[in-house]
Design a protein around this ligand. Structure first.
Ligand code: GDP
Length: 295
């Protein structure tokens, strides 16, 4: 994960090694390489520039050159800044509702259905919850079927109304069903399309208003880089979602989405998907990710 970025940052810090005394020029050179590494990882230009500016200011503020181990201090400043860039604190999910309603949003193929199953499995086994999965895709019968396969594999009930073409009604009926049958979390999987369009946005916005979820999560494929950031912006403008789920982090992603999304939509990454299996879900810890990137 993010191997290329790790390598490049490692090389950037090599500039500081082997120097008896570190100068401002060495620091500037290092930060230039850090910026280049971020750009190569598909981080947006302004975010990368602001990043190194902030690190530089902190380095000057802390008199980095006069410290005993300026190289190590600079690595620490970059690590802190990376952590901050990815969200600072761990966000977690709000499970305060009774039932807690969680709405999934995102494009088709982003991993919504898979993640709905992973989250249900996580809440069932790690948080002692009784989740209900809801199929709200009225366009693709295969999508409903897929949710049943997922639900079966983890032993979680799936609610659907294959004849009903009104996703708002389906979601509302599902919540009623949950209340009557002792489910304390309702995970609503919605229809996505291949690109952002007004019909999809209108639909999810209507569902969102009608069911007023405690958590609206935006699911996005980390492999799509800058597109992931643009899609996030479009969905956030409509839904003002609560958190981001980055899927397919097990693939050969350069990291741009993970590093940029928080500063563009100002919403935390809450979980990451790291594989196709139901267990391949991790709570996102910005600090751990920053430590991993810096090796
Ligand atoms: P949806 O259309 O948004 O519901 O997306 P799906 O849940 O159907 O996922 C699309 C494809 O991505 C499927 O083949 C999933 O198995 C795969 N997928 C989902 N999440 C991950 C992940 O974290 N890692 C990998 N490698 N594949 C994933």
């Amino acid at each position: 994960m993010f191997d290329n970025l790790s390598d490049k940052l490692d090389k950037a810090f090599h500039i500081l090694k082997g120097h008896g005394k570190i100068t401002e020029v060495n620091v500037a050179e290092t930060l230039k390489e850090v910026r280049r590494a971020l750009l190569d990882a598909d981080v947006n230009f302004k975010i990368a520039k602001d990043f190194t500016t902030r690190v530089k200011e902190k380095a000057l503020g802390q008199d980095v050159l006069t410290t005993l181990q300026p190289g190590q201090l600079l690595v620490k400043l970059v690590k802190d800044e990376l952590t901050e860039l990815m969200g600072g604190d761990v966000a977690g999910v709000n499970l305060s509702g009774n039932p807690t309603v969680i709405l999934m949003s995102g494009l088709q193929g982003s991993g919504k259905t898979t993640f709905s199953g992973k989250l249900a499995n996580y809440l069932l086994n790690k948080k002692n919850k009784k989740p209900l999965l809801v199929a709200c895709d009225i366009y693709r019968p295969a999508a409903i079927q897929q949710l049943y396969v997922v639900g079966d594999s983890i032993g979680v009930e799936v609610y659907s109304e294959p004849e009903n073409k009104n996703p708002v009604e389906i979601a509302q009926n599902a919540i009623k069903h949950a209340k009557e049958n002792g489910f304390n979390v309702v995970i609503v999987d919605t229809a996505g399309r291949l690109a952002v369009d007004t019909e999809m946005m209108d639909e999810i916005s209507r569902v969102h208003k009608a069911i007023q979820p405690q958590e609206t999560l935006f699911v996005v494929d980390a492999m799509t880089g800058q597109d992931a950031v643009n899609t996030a912006k479009a969905f956030n403008d409509i839904l003002n979602f609560d958190g981001v789920i980055l899927t397919k982090l097990d693939g050969d992603t350069r990291g741009g989405a993970a590093l940029s999304i928080k500063s563009v939509v100002n919403k935390p990454i809450k979980f990451v998907g790291t594989g196709e299996k139901m267990e391949a879900i991790d709570v996102f810890y910005p600090i751990r990710m920053a430590e991993r990137i810096l090796g």
